[in-house]
Design a protein. Structure first.
Length: 280
């Protein structure tokens, strides 16, 4: 069972009086192991000194100027961000580009960065599992298992509603769970749903897997126009909740989990980040 990782506990010889970046990174690695991440991803401790003391931690979906400024202004020593920064290899870090400027500001302020990203998507109690549970799916299975994984984990989930329902009723359920006032959908008139696939973020590549699993509906954050046309042609409904909404709720729950494991320090989800897309 995962427990508090702080100094004076027998675990790894760390003392009860001090939580370090390494303490939290170790818990996150146990919760969302890096082996679950996609090959193209960049997960783990990305910036900072693992031995630095931590008293304040902020979680966020993405490090933006707003969330970075919040972390610095509130004295956070660690940001746990879903989306990595940096994501792709950098040849130089300068203030001439947005990522470089964010990194320089955070490094100057002594703020470390950890990202679980696709490992958090796929782990046992990760984002996709939370989506499936939040929508009341039963008999939940892995949509894209990781070959050879000892716990049979992987990306995406599929399962069944307790009874078939009108597609419009499912859309209401999704909006209620994700606290949304609108959705984008692809659905034929009179469509019904019972077998549902979920894949957070941008997950159009999961459409063939959802079809192969016998799903009549796929819930994700966003897909391309051509994926919408493919779904229509295959006769499977799509619910597009938006990239932000399909993942942000889990960043909030991650802050709660961390606070439960590290009660001696202050941990909160970013209060300043918001979906860059809006309806007008």
């Amino acid at each position: 069972m995962m427990g508090v990782r702080c100094k004076k506990v027998s675990w790894a010889g760390i003392s009860l009086s001090m939580v370090t970046v390494a303490s939290i990174a170790a818990w996150l690695e146990e919760f969302a192991p890096a082996r679950l991440a996609e090959d193209w991803d960049n997960v783990g401790l990305l910036v900072g000194d693992a031995q630095s003391q931590v008293t304040r931690v902020m979680t966020c979906l993405t490090i933006t100027s707003q969330s970075a400024d919040e972390a610095i202004a509130t004295g956070a020593q660690l940001i746990v961000t879903h989306h990595p920064l940096p994501f792709r290899p950098l040849k130089r870090i300068t203030a001439d580009n947005p990522s470089g400027k964010l990194l320089l500001n955070l490094i100057r302020a002594g703020v470390a960065i950890y990202s679980p990203h696709t490992a958090f998507d796929s782990t046992l109690h990760g984002i996709n599992q939370q989506l499936a549970a939040g929508l009341g799916l039963q008999n939940v299975q892995i949509l894209k298992p990781i070959a050879g994984d000892p716990q049979a984990l992987g990306a995406g989930r599929c399962g069944q509603l307790s009874a078939a329902c009108e597609f419009a009723d499912l859309a209401i359920r999704v909006k209620t769970f994700l606290k949304l006032s609108w959705l984008q959908v692809v659905a034929r008139p009179g469509a019904r749903s019972q077998n549902l696939a979920v894949a957070c973020g941008s997950a159009g590549e999961f459409l063939p897997l959802a079809v192969a699993a016998g799903c009549d509906t796929l819930l994700t954050g966003e897909v391309t126009f051509h994926t919408c046309l493919e779904a229509e042609a295959r006769g499977i409904s799509l619910i597009l909740a938006g990239h932000y909404a399909s993942e942000r709720f889990a960043v909030e729950s991650l802050a709660e989990k961390l606070a439960g494991e590290f009660p001696a320090i202050s941990i909160w989800p970013s209060r300043n980040e918001a979906d860059p897309l809006c309806v007008c």
